[in-house]
Design a protein around this ligand. Structure first.
Ligand SMILES: Cc1cc2nc3c(=O)[nH]c(=O)nc-3n(C[C@H](O)[C@H](O)[C@H](O)COP(=O)(O)OP(=O)(O)OC[C@H]3O[C@@H](n4cnc5c(N)ncnc54)[C@H](O)[C@@H]3O)c2cc1C
Length: 235
């Protein structure tokens, strides 16, 4: 299976150095749901991946095999006949991403939505930090020194947090202390068309490193279940 393996390896070149850093959390994505055809459709050979092609056949009242529909998916994408990709919705659980990433991600408005962990209701004392990838640094010593500086700041933020908490300051104000590298988690609901748009913008080298890393993780995962809807993006 083709996917962004080299790019992911490169962006994670210093991952080993982050292992024991103070409250370090690494990103993870887990698919927890996906649109599934009804029993009747499944018995006719329609799968979650071929729903777009199957429904697109409405326009010509044509019919085809499962393999025909996989091929048709790719043609639909090349013709930019993309509405039928809205037939497939994915639900991902995403953890170990920063508040900074959330700010960028939620700029995507169409065909995508989230439920984020609340920083009003969930105590920050349990929270973690996202350390930057620093993949552009070629010296391991420099990367270690940079991580130590981040670590110092994260410890400091938690110390002030505890000090203010002991003074009776509420969670909704305490959260303002936290740096944008503070971790969050979300369920994201996104259809295949919108996910492609996210990938088009965020797999690109011009995208910021953290959202690009998330795009690699999601792309590599979704390629295992519906490759015909996404594989052209590798070209
Ligand atoms: C490399 C990079 C750098 C960026 N830098 C910055 C930055 O410095 N500052 C900043 O503020 N943002 C920045 N952004 C965010 C960017 O401007 C978009 O807000 C974000 O990528 C979402 O893209 P979108 O609007 O296409 O997505 P969506 O909101 O999901 O929209 C999808 C598509 O629907 C259509 N659409 C949606 N809403 C409307 C509308 N109201 N009217 C007409 N058509 C609409 C458009 O065709 C759009 O492409 C950056 C993004 C990238 C990828």
């Amino acid at each position: 299976m083709k996917y962004f393996a080299d790019e992911y390896r490169h962006i994670e070149r210093w991952k080993g150095l982050r292992k024991d850093l103070f409250r370090n959390e690494e990103p993870a994505v887990k698919l927890i749901g996906m649109t599934t055809p009804t029993e009747e459709m499944l018995s006719q050979g329609v799968t979650p991946e071929t729903l777009p092609a199957y429904t697109a056949r409405q326009s010509h009242e044509s019919a085809g095999t499962h393999e025909d529909d996989l091929r048709l998916n790719k043609k639909l994408i090349s013709w930019e006949h993309l509405t039928c990709l809205e037939a497939v919705q994915f639900v991902y659980c995403v953890t170990g991403v920063s508040k900074s990433l959330a700010g960028q991600w939620t700029r995507h408005r169409i065909g995508i939505g989230w439920t984020f962990r609340s920083t009003r209701y969930v105590k920050a004392s349990k929270n973690m930090f996202i350390y930057p990838a620093l993949e552009y640094l070629d010296s391991e010593d420099m990367a270690k020194a940079a991580y130590r500086a981040y670590e110092r700041e994260h410890r400091h933020a938690m110390e002030v947090y505890e000090e203010l908490k002991d003074l009776g300051i509420r969670n909704q104000e305490l959260r303002r202390l936290m740096p944008v590298g503070w971790s969050t988690a979300a369920y994201v609901y996104v259809n295949a068309r919108s996910l492609r748009h996210f990938f088009e913008l965020r797999l690109d080298k011009s995208a910021e490193w953290e959202i690009r890393r998330l795009a690699y993780l999601m792309f590599n995962d979704v390629m295992k279940i519906a490759p015909t809807l996404f594989e052209d993006l590798l070209e």
